[in-house]
Design a protein. Structure first.
Length: 312
């Protein structure tokens, strides 16, 4: 985990918790690129900037970019699933300070480092790199292997937003690990868990407050946080190699992912998970993050910095 990587996200409550888990585990991304998805692009950048500022100094050195606001073939078909609230973070979005998140002093705009991506959003942004032939190492929260979808009866949300991008990446003979709804839905949190996060204070309270907006739908699932753990601790998951693809045609099957046994697999897909251990990693990471920020002011005021958010 010492190699740099880029987090592609569309915050999103579970994207927020995923970022906290990564930072608390001592493996923050080198770069975060915010894309449209759960919210529009402007809100995604604003939410990400606010989170990075609230989590300082743990997040110092992370660069922020603005990514895609449309799918490979045209506008996204929608945004959000009606569960993240108007601001995308359950009414708890931290407002950025008077200046956008600062870039570190460097000449020019940094490229995404090393071709490693943790993607908790549509795959639209990585398609240009794929087409250039860049070496890519992708872990993607997306798709539904055998379970029902959460955007349509068969389609998971990130795949449904941009099926063409999902299909192109999943079919590519590159290194792609897929963390589908089948396994993320096996890891849940209840009201008592959220109370325990709240008791941590600081980031735990922020996460708990946002996640409580999800309780009305039943036990809380945080697919992107589970994907972050899969990125950090892949041994907690069972993986199987498949020839993977995504349905791109019109009609009710659009966005459905398909994983077939093959002697020419294109993706490694998580098929099972040690849910108790994943919960423990999330708890340990959130606890460590809260301890790391215990001496920092947590009054909602964002840190100021030199202004620069680029479009990538």
């Amino acid at each position: 985990m010492n190699r740099p990587y880029t987090l592609l996200c569309d915050p999103g409550i579970d994207d927020m918790v995923a970022l906290m888990v990564l930072c608390g585990a001592g493996a923050p991304p080198a770069q975060v690129i915010a894309t449209a998805g759960n919210v529009d692009l402007a809100a995604a950048v604003r939410n990400t900037a606010g989170l990075l500022q609230r989590l300082r100094p743990v997040t110092d050195g992370i660069t922020l970019g603005a990514g895609c606001d449309r799918a490979v073939g045209g506008p996204y078909p929608g945004q959000g699933l009606g569960i993240h609230g108007d601001d995308g973070l359950g009414g708890r979005a931290p407002a950025p300070g008077p200046h956008p998140w600062p870039w570190p002093p460097a000449a020019g705009d940094p490229e995404p480092p090393a071709g490693r991506y943790l993607v908790t959003s549509p795959l639209s942004h990585v398609v240009p790199a794929l087409r250039r032939g860049d070496p890519l190492d992708i872990t993607w929260m997306g798709g539904a292997r055998e379970c029902d979808g959460n955007a349509t009866a068969v389609a998971e949300f990130n795949a449904w937003l941009d099926p063409e991008a999902a299909d192109e990446v999943l079919r590519a003979p590159r290194s792609t690990a897929v963390v589908p709804l089948d396994v993320t839905d096996l890891v849940t949190w209840d009201a008592a868990d959220l109370d325990a996060f709240d008791a941590l204070g600081g980031p735990g309270t922020l996460a708990a407050g946002a996640c409580r907006a999800l309780l009305r739908h039943g036990p809380v699932t945080l697919p992107d946080a589970v994907a972050a753990v899969a990125f950090l601790r892949p041994e907690l998951f069972a993986w199987r190699d498949y020839a993977a693809s995504c349905e791109t045609g019109p009609g009710p099957l659009r966005g459905m992912t398909e994983c077939l046994p093959s002697d020419r697999p294109t993706a490694s897909v998580a098929v099972d998970v040690n849910a108790a251990e994943v919960r423990e990693v999330v708890w340990a990471s959130m606890s460590a993050l809260a301890r790391g920020l215990a001496d920092e002011p947590w009054d909602g005021a964002a840190s100021a910095g030199s202004a620069c958010v680029r479009t990538t």
